[in-house]
Ligand binder design. Structure first.
Ligand code: NAD
Length: 312
């Protein structure tokens, strides 16, 4: 089976490619290297540098299944530069679906996000909770999901949307944990934390996220459903202060923590979801997968791995 992974030079995509290659799939990576790195791409995968914002990006390519993981994942950027997210996350997703329709792709697995729920009213948040994003990033993911669902019902390009919690681990180059490590490298004695420190979110290690992705995809292939959305997260959450302490501990530092709330209710930036805990009952029941590390253990493991990986 020929599998195409968009964003396969990025953080989650490259780990997914490693697993797919290991399992014997023929893998093609399409990435424009805007945030991804060529050295992340498994040498046994074919690498093609193309930009998904170009409508003709898929010329000459063929695949049975597409894992669409390319995106601009910076929620904060979407607040200040909404057009970037419209193009990187909505236009690119539309172009992927158009190519999938034209080239006879059977299944698209779409990397969506917990941010589609916005400030959820139910915790843990189930998949049938209304999608009420509070960031342009979240809105672009929700739009991508509904476009996928329409392509599934209208054109038979089946789609599995996976709403990931915060995924962390080696090769990660964005997000709060990475930012903390970078800040500590510059100023070991002080650590600025965006928000009032009480934000609580769920963390999942990238290895576990990839395992969940593959299990969910296989189950989805067995069902005849045109479209399915599943949460992929953890059973619990950790605070941003826990995350900051995990970063400091991994570097062997005891910095003074400076809290910087950006809004009157203590968010890190406008559009930051303050509390996120997904219900993972559906994926657990469907696939038997369950996370092994809790959110804090995940953050500690990822911090230690990143400290080892980055040259200090
Ligand atoms: P990443 O930035 O490491 O990977 C994204 C990849 O997409 C990069 O390699 C980048 O070069 C590529 N890319 C971006 N725009 C492109 C374009 N126009 N054409 C071709 N390639 C392009 O991010 P990540 O954390 O690995 O995220 C992967 C996916 O998972 C994204 O869709 C993201 O929104 C989603 N997601 C991530 C998290 C997380 O915690 N990391 C959580 C929820 C959802």
């Amino acid at each position: 089976m020929r599998v195409l992974v968009t964003g396969g030079a990025g953080f989650i995509g490259s780990h997914l490619v490693d697993r797919l290659v290991e399992e014997g799939y023929e893998v093609v990576v399409v990435d424009n290297l805007s945030t991804g790195r060529k050295e992340n791409v498994n040498p046994r995968a074919e690498f093609i540098r193309r930009d998904l914002k170009e409508p003709g990006w898929g010329a000459g390519l063929r695949a049975d299944v597409v894992f669409h993981f390319a995106a601009n994942p910076e929620v904060r950027v979407s607040t200040t530069e909404p057009r970037v997210h419209f193009e990187e996350n909505m236009v690119a997703t539309f172009n992927v679906l158009e190519w999938a329709r034209a080239s006879g792709v059977r299944t698209v697995v779409f990397a969506s996000s917990s941010t589609v729920y916005g400030d959820a009213r139910v915790m843990p948040t189930p998949e049938d909770h209304p999608l009420e994003p509070i960031s342009v990033y979240g809105a672009a993911k929700a739009a991508g999901e509904t476009m996928c669902a329409a392509y599934a019902r209208l054109y038979g390009v089946r789609c599995l949307a996976l709403r990931y919690a915060n995924v962390v681990g080696p090769r990660m180059r964005h997000g709060a944990l990475y930012d903390f490590l970078m800040k500590l490298r510059k100023r070991p004695e002080e650590l600025e934390v965006l928000g009032d420190g009480t934000q609580r979110k769920s963390y999942l290690h990238v290895e576990e996220a990839v395992e969940a992705t593959l299990r969910a995809w296989r189950k989805f292939e067995e069902t005849g459903e045109p479209y399915l959305a599943l949460n992929v997260g953890n059973f619990d959450a950790a605070s941003v202060l826990d995350l900051a302490r995990a970063a400091a501990e991994a570097m062997g530092l005891s910095p003074q923590i400076k809290l910087r709330p950006a809004t009157s209710d203590g968010r890190g930036w406008p559009g930051d979801v303050k509390y996120m805990l997904l219900s993972i009952r559906r994926i657990v029941e469907l696939t038997g997968w369950r996370p092994r590390l809790n959110s804090l253990e995940t953050a500690k493991r990822a911090a230690a791995e990143l400290v080892k990986e980055l040259t200090w």
